[in-house]
Every structure is written in C-alpha cells, then in structure tokens.
Design a protein around this ligand. Structure first.
Ligand SMILES: [Fe+2]
Ligand SMILES: [Fe+2]
Length: 258
C-alpha cells in the first residue's frame, strides 16, 4: 500500500484549516462493512455535485450564454447516469477534451479567466473521480440507488450572504471547506478500508487538497476586502455541522446518533 506519511505535508495545512477533526465515532461507523455501499454511493454523488457546483459558478459569473450550453452538455451524460440510470459510460471519458478553449468569457467579469481556468480543471477532475467511484462500485456489484443528501452542504450554504460579490466569495469559501473535509476524511479512512480502496483514497488527496486551495485563492482574489473573518465563521459552522449528531450516515454526516 502507498504510504500515507508521504502525504503528511499535504494534510497538515488541511488539518490546520479545519476547526475540528472528523469525530472517531464517524470513523467507527464508516468502517463497518455494511456501510460501504452507502459510503461509495454518497461519494459518487458528491463528486458529481462538486462538478455541478463549479459549473454553476462558471455559468453564473464568467461565460456567455452559448458557452453555458456547452458546459451543461458536458455534464449531462453523468447526470443522466445518476438520475435516469441510462447512457453508455464508456463514451464519457472521450468527452474530456479541452473544453475551456470553447468557452467565451464575459467581458464584464474581471476574474472570468481565472474562474474558468480553475473551475474547468476542477470539473474535469471531479468527473474523473465520479467515473472512478462508479468503476469501483461496478467491480463490487454495488448498484447505484438514490439516497437523501446529508444536511452538511445545505447547512454551509445557509451562511452565504445575499449580495455580490459576497455571495460568490462565501460560496467559494464553502467550496474550500467541503474539499478540505473530503480530503481529511479520505485520509482518515485509509487505514480501515481494503488496499484497493485505500490506494484510491490516497490518489484523491492531491487533487482535493489543490481544490481547497484554488477555492480559497479565488475567494481572496474576488473579495474587495480581507476574507479572514468569513473563513473563520464558515469554518466554525462547518465544524459544528461535523460535530453535531446525525441520524443518517453519509460521507459528510456528523456524529452518528444512537
Ligand atoms: Fe473529487
Ligand atoms: Fe474536489
């Protein structure tokens, strides 16, 4: 198995950024064999949601209408697979061509180029992760089923202010926390899952760690003022969501209630 200690320098800033570590009671729940399918299904959904959120940000702020269609079409087959359980998955990967060259930036958006660059790379990686989780599920005969979302992302989004550019800045900070928490949880799960899954989780650490930094850098660039206060506040809310009791086990759920 790949050695997790090689990734310590990657994980240190993430652990410092998060206001609390994942509760050990969540890890106890996550390592139960009967929870593996929920863990994988929810992980796969999270990868798609990460791609969808990034695509939404790009469409809302940075590109023109026709480009928006291109972006939506890119995600469509992945969404079909989840929502309608149809489509040929092997076709999907061939669609990973350089989409950013086809997108026309909105001239009135000063940060359009950077937002598109970072988010298109992120979308590409999240869709690839989605495919990887799907592949692992197929190998293990785990069938996709629709499940309810945990309250985590919704709880974070409730902190988002309702005027620009604060809305965008807060959404980016929420994105940074979701990425950082995911990264921390993958690392925490590594010792308790089988070797194949452990290697997969380790392979995700590098990109998720970069995603969290990209979100934060974008937030700082777009905000007219310092973002430390917002980062702190959203970080506190994130830690609260993770530390509170949750009746349903999910990838981002809190402490399992008894
Ligand atoms: Fe991912
Ligand atoms: Fe990510």
């Amino acid at each position: 198995m790949m050695n997790l200690s090689a990734y310590q320098s990657l994980l240190e800033p993430i652990d410092a950024f998060l206001h609390c570590p994942t509760p050990s009671l969540w890890i106890d729940e996550a390592k139960k064999a009967e929870n593996l399918s929920i863990l994988l299904i929810d992980h796969m959904i999270c990868e798609l949601k990460a791609a969808q959120t990034a695509a939404w940000l790009v469409r809302k702020y940075a590109i023109d209408k026709k480009s928006s269609e291109i972006l939506l079409n890119w995600l469509q087959p992945y969404e079909n697979l989840i929502y309608y359980k149809g489509g040929d998955f092997h076709q999907l990967l061939s669609r990973h061509h350089d989409i950013s060259k086809q997108l026309v930036l909105r001239p009135d958006c000063p940060y359009a180029e950077e937002l598109v660059d970072k988010m298109v790379t992120l979308i590409k990686e999240e869709l690839h992760h989605f495919y990887q989780v799907f592949d692992i599920m197929s190998q293990r005969n785990i069938k996709y089923q629709s499940i309810t979302a945990s309250r985590y992302a919704k709880g974070l989004m409730q902190q988002v202010r309702t005027y620009e550019p604060a809305t965008l800045v807060d959404k980016l900070i929420c994105g940074a926390y979701i990425e950082a928490r995911s990264c921390e949880r993958f690392a925490k799960l590594v010792p308790y899952v089988d070797e194949k899954l452990a290697n997969f989780y380790i392979s995700l650490l590098r990109s998720e760690a970069r995603h969290y930094q990209d979100y934060l850098k974008l937030a700082q660039k777009i905000s007219h003022t310092g973002i430390d206060d917002r980062v702190k506040l959203i970080g506190q809310v994130e830690a609260e969501l993770i530390s509170r009791e949750d009746c349903e086990f999910r990838f981002h759920s809190g402490v399992p209630s008894r």
